[in-house]
Design a protein around this ligand. Structure first.
Ligand SMILES: Cc1ncc(COP(=O)(O)O)c(C=O)c1O
Length: 341
């Protein structure tokens, strides 16, 4: 029985070619920095992002934790969108690991309001914490996979730098932003001191993320990674999947984007199930539902073999990825129509 799994782009399984590349990987002890495949992946990531150095990490959450810890001192203030992944889904790591105060800036569909950021960029005084970091998420998960336009990123970076704050991009899906906008990853990355991207989402790897920045930043990041238990050994087996993905799985993200648009388009004007964004920018489609979203998801799973997750009481999310083809999209459309009629 075919199952169409739209829960996340993290559910992809490595292809046979990717597994072959992993099996053949040259490896070494990466804590000693002598794993040739990890080193090759880090060099490729530096070249793609235009940053001096890169560090392979276990996950997007680990990369964000390291970035927050290295960029800040305990008690500093960090600005991020109220719906940022680090704010909502990372188990409170800004407070626990970096021990920072998070301050939320306003944004519209994931695009930050400059005045809201500028208002909270403050120096340390007798009374106030220093704002040492601004976090941008591109693409923006909870804003429907929205792309933050390059001119906004540029303006945020200039304003933050002017106030002495650094900028980190949570670019878990920065390749989606690049493919959707035609703007290179390095152009987006130029608007930040550090950027991380995930290999285990749209790029189809089983695990991994890469954090990129200056040589000095990455040297400090390496120590924090070790402290968090992320110093891994013959990890070239995983890095090989990353190298394979960077070569083979980036351009095809455009297919995921067009399938997401087709899925949303099928419900234009439908009063029972409405796409939140009529033209999703990348690979996520959020639907507002008349029925409770949990009930819709349960019925889709039990009666139509379509998996997806509620994100609010009357909102659900479907994500397109490497393992979603046109047949899966048809299953989702007919399933949603049947459940939400
Ligand atoms: C925008 C964003 N950042 C970070 C992460 C965390 O990645 P991981 O699940 O690899 O920890 C996610 C995961 O979905 C994400 O969507």
């Amino acid at each position: 029985m075919r199952i169409a799994d739209f829960r996340s782009d993290t559910v992809t399984r490595p292809s046979q070619c990717m597994r072959d590349a992993m099996a053949a990987a040259e490896v070494g002890d990466d804590v000693y920095e002598d794993d040739a495949t990890v080193n090759a992946l880090q060099e490729a990531a530096s070249a793609l992002t235009g940053k001096e150095c890169a560090l392979f990490t276990a996950s997007g959450t680990m990369s964000n934790a390291i970035a927050l810890k290295v960029h800040t001192n305990p008690g500093d203030q960090v600005l991020m969108d109220e719906n940022a992944h680090s704010m909502v889904y990372e188990v409170g790591l800004p407070a626990t690991i970096a021990q920072v105060l998070t301050r939320q800036f306003r944004s519209t569909l994931g695009v930050p309001e400059m005045t809201s950021i500028a208002a909270w960029l403050q120096p340390e005084t007798l009374h106030t914490p220093r704002t040492s970091l601004v976090v941008l998420e591109n693409t923006h998960n909870r804003a429907g996979g929205a792309v933050i336009p390059l001119d906004v990123c540029t303006a945020v970076y200039a304003t933050a730098k002017n106030a002495g704050a650094a900028v980190h991009i949570d670019g878990a899906r920065i390749f989606h932003a690049s493919v959707a906008s035609g703007i290179s990853v390095s152009q987006f990355a130029a608007c930040a001191d550090t950027v991380t991207f995930c290999l285990s989402k749209g790029l189809g790897c089983p695990v991994g993320s890469v954090l990129c920045g200056s040589a000095d930043f990455i040297a400090r990041a390496r120590r924090v990674r070790k402290m968090l238990g992320g110093g891994m050994r013959q990890v070239g087996i995983l890095a090989a999947a990353g190298l394979y993905a960077l070569e083979h799985n980036v351009k095809r993200l455009a297919d995921d984007h067009s399938r997401a648009r087709a899925l949303a388009a099928a419900f234009h004007g439908d009063v029972n199930v409405q796409p939140v964004t009529t033209e999703p920018a990348t690979n996520m489609v959020y639907f507002n539902t008349k029925l409770p979203a949990q009930d819709v998801c349960t019925q889709l799973a039990e009666q139509h073999n379509v998996l997806c997750n509620p994100t609010a009481q009357y909102t659900l999310r479907m994500v397109t990825h490497l393992d979603i083809d046109d047949e899966c999209v048809d299953m989702a459309i007919s399933g949603l129509r049947a459940v939400c009629k």
